[in-house]
Design a protein around this ligand. Structure first.
Ligand code: BES
Ligand code: ZN
Length: 473
């Protein structure tokens, strides 16, 4: 495989310029959920279109009712007979707040020294612009070294992942024929490659085999029509904060089991084989806690930390507001209180069913004196990789041979709902190959991406492109 080795050498040689390109993209504040950033979000999409066009792909922004999707295509070499890869990533980023906790401004990327080498610090560095660029740089290197892209590829990079990919299911349905139809102009896609997950550690690449699902609800409890004097009304009228915290105080029992009726009914138990496989990874529980600024854990009784994170469902209050939170004391019974709460779901749990029982459970406990309002902020289904996917074995063996590193199979605590949509709407399996680390501070101030991971990601995609090209379809 001299060609692959040449491409890898090229990646190392131009690595500094690839970091500059990433820094340029990171300086565009594409906060998808913030309407004030709408122009910048589109500009970030257009930036990627321009990059892909320069590499020789046919690229454009495809409109949706929300932020546009970057769509790009390359047919591969003349006479190509291998699989057609659909690459997925996202160019939107989480809001940067709280701003005052950033050591440097979130959209002015800086290179810093860290314990494991240099890193680039900016919102979106690891989630997901840096990861998308690992693929783009691999394409560029193949083009520069050989004059062509070895594989037939379609890139789909969306701008609404962090807002729950609300328009993507419709987009995929509309594009079904073009993406997987037998008459598709570019030939049907065969499988999806996603780079939006993590590595095991900075030396060990990983394929992620499971993603958790998600539901996100907001409960607003209305009591009196306006705030009341607590001396006059306290103890006589419903206090929405008292009621809400009474209800949510019962969410978990002492063993941290979720008390919503039927919550665990459909949960697929972790097999002994999978538990043993995860155990053998030798997860550093203490290191994880240290990273969180803790020494002790709290979680569901009877499961290891890794099992809780990857393979068990959870329910967490993300925010709770109401009443007087200003300086000093103010004696008041508030008119309303609200709570935002999400559940991570595992295979076989149905988000609609869980949403239903959650709402019923809360409703049944609300006193008649209060009115309950419920907002649904979206959901996503859990995902399990096809266990017999030929792409997984090719990827594992190929990376071991080309890079000298055999990827481990791991789970993931996070959610990428669209991965299940690719299966449900397009019938495509996905390979999740990501390069983040658990200390990347994604969604939090001072997000970073280790340059070592950026480099390994580029090398991984460069090797995978040629390995996949050689497969029979
Ligand atoms: N890249 C993350 C998913 C992820 C998180 C992978 C942690 C590996 C480790 C993704 O962009 C994300 O944050 N997804 C959201 C879900 C979405 C519906 C808001 C999440 O998991 O909270
Ligand atoms: Zn992401």
């Amino acid at each position: 495989m001299t060609t692959t080795q040449d491409v890898l050498a090229q990646l190392d040689q131009v690595f500094d310029s690839s970091v500059s390109r990433l820094a340029q993209w990171l300086s565009i504040p594409s906060v998808g959920t913030d309407p004030a950033c709408n122009d910048d979000t589109r500009r970030a999409g257009q930036w990627l279109v321009d990059q892909l066009s320069a590499i020789g792909l046919e690229a454009q922004l495809a409109e949706t009712p929300g932020h546009p999707v970057v769509m790009a295509h390359h047919p591969g070499p003349v006479g190509y007979a291998g699989p057609h890869i659909l690459f997925y990533g996202h160019y939107d980023v989480q809001p940067a707040d709280p701003l005052d906790l950033w050591k440097s401004p979130p959209f002015e990327p800086v290179i810093e020294d860290g314990p494991t080498g240099k890193r680039i610090v900016a919102r979106g560095a690891a989630d997901d612009k840096g990861q998308v660029m690992t693929f783009v740089e691999a394409l560029r290197a193949w083009k520069d070294v050989t004059g062509e892209i070895p594989c037939r590829i379609t890139c789909l990079v969306e701008g609404e992942e962090e807002s729950g990919s609300v328009n993507l299911d419709n987009f995929l349905t509309d594009q079904r024929e073009a993406l997987v139809g037998t008459g598709a102009a570019n030939g049907p896609c065969d499988f999806v490659v996603v780079s939006d997950t993590g590595m095991w550690d900075s030396n060990t690449p990983a394929l992620t085999t499971m993603l958790r699902g998600l539901i996100y609800l907001e409960f607003i409890l209305h009591g009196p029509s306006h705030d009341l004097h607590s001396g006059m009304a306290g103890g006589c009228v419903p206090n929405p904060i008292n009621e809400l915290t009474r209800i949510f105080g019962r969410l978990h029992d002492a063993d941290r089991c979720i008390q919503i009726p039927g919550f665990y009914d459909d949960v697929q138990p972790l097999s002994d084989a999978l538990r043993a496989e995860w155990e053998a990874l030798g997860f550093d529980e203490q290191g994880f806690l240290t990273e969180c600024g803790l020494t002790e854990d709290v979680g569901e009784y009877g499961y290891s930390l890794l099992e809780r994170q990857w393979g068990r469902p959870t329910c967490d209050i993300n925010g709770i507001v109401g009443g007087y939170t200003g300086k000093g004391a103010k004696t008041v019974i508030p008119a309303t209180a609200s709570v935002k709460v999400s559940c991570r779901l595992v295979p076989n749990q149905d988000p609609d069913k869980i949403t239903q029982s959650f709402i019923e459970w809360v409703k049944a406990q609300v006193p008649p004196a209060c009115k309950l309002e419920v907002l649904d902020h979206g959901s996503g289904r859990p995902f399990v990789m096809a266990p017999d996917s030929p792409y997984v074995e090719v990827a594992r063996a190929g990376l071991e041979e080309d890079l000298g590193k055999r990827p481990v199979l791991m789970g993931c605590g996070g959610s990428i709902p669209v991965v299940e949509s690719f299966k449900r709407i397009l019938g495509l399996d996905a390979l999740l190959v990501g390069f983040g680390l658990s200390d990347d501070r994604v969604h939090s101030p001072n997000e970073k991406f280790d340059l070592k991971c950026f480099n390994l990601g580029q090398r991984t995609h460069a090797a995978l492109l040629s390995r996949f090209a050689g497969m029979q379809v």
